[in-house]
Design a protein around this ligand. Sequence first.
Ligand code: ACO
Length: 322
Amino acid sequence: MTGKIKGTGSYRPVQVWDNDNLSHMMDTSDEWIRGRTGIRQRHIAGQEETVAYMAARAAEKALTDAGMWPEQIDLILVSTMSAERIMPCTACEVQKLIGAVNATCFDLNGACTGFLLALNTAQAYLGQQIYHRALVIGAEALSHLTNWQDRSTCVLFGDGAGAVILENEESAVYIQATHSMGNGGESLTCASRNRPEFTETRADLSSTYMQMDGKEVFKFAVSKVPEVILEVLEKAGKTKEEIRYYMLHQANQRIVSSVAKHMKEPLEKFPMNIENLGNTSSASIPLLLDEWNKKGELKAGDWVVLSGFGGGLTYGASLLQW
Ligand code: ACO
């Protein structure tokens, strides 16, 4: 017994900043950003568009897609590292906003691998038949964690949320592989502001924004992502030819292209929407899934690989049948 995806939903903040907007704020250009990352624009959350608000809007759309009522959900997991409040957790706020009164709710932070880790956690509960229907959400307001003075990072990120509904099914398939490399963690960091030195001495806040050694992260991603995808295929006894889509965390178009090349797979099997959304961390995979689902590109029986990678360092891949 395992969970099958019954519905997807997403939320994109109203405000859109394109590369030209950024080039008026700092020394950058559309040509540089597009050429290095593939990003053309990103959505930026307004004051009312909190992480919980975006997550709840995505959840409502996923429920509609699944044809389910909020009361039918018995587990809500939210993957986020950018929520405005530590307590109550975002999942409980979503519960309140959508009226999913019967759900058990908690958050999980696995940086850009977070959605995949949340999906794995939900599947573990469903597999044990502890819960039967789960709402799994990736939601981020990365613009809160972005240093708008640092052109090497701020041009990369965007805000948004994506959600999926899982329901237990006898014939569903879900195979996963994940890894963590704590020793490499310093290449992607963001300190908490919840420390005495920040409040007492008004110390330099720069470490409380995302900091990245871009080249190290790039090398990590292009070597480990193909490895873990092949690992999950081997576990499942599937060949590359059987896979309809590889849906990767949307960190950078060049990372996705490089993974396709390493795997000797056609780029058409690697859907991308980073051009319009930027890197939305744990929201990127469910945002992509929802877009492809709503476009009717996913057919019943299709084999799909999801792969996340990022801060920690962490990475993983999961195989599922649509
Ligand atoms: N606009 C114009 N010039 C810039 C900008 C900018 N926004 N940012 C940096 N530059 C300049 C640098 O100052 C440098 O100039 P110099 O040669 O005069 O010193 C030059 O561009 C090259 O800078 P690099 O940092 O070497 O650029 P690189 O080719 O490595 O590209 C990038 C940077 C896009 C971040 C790349 O390293 C990358 O894609 N890394 C992958 C990491 C990633 O995607 N992280 C996302 C978050 S992690 C995650 O989601 C898992």
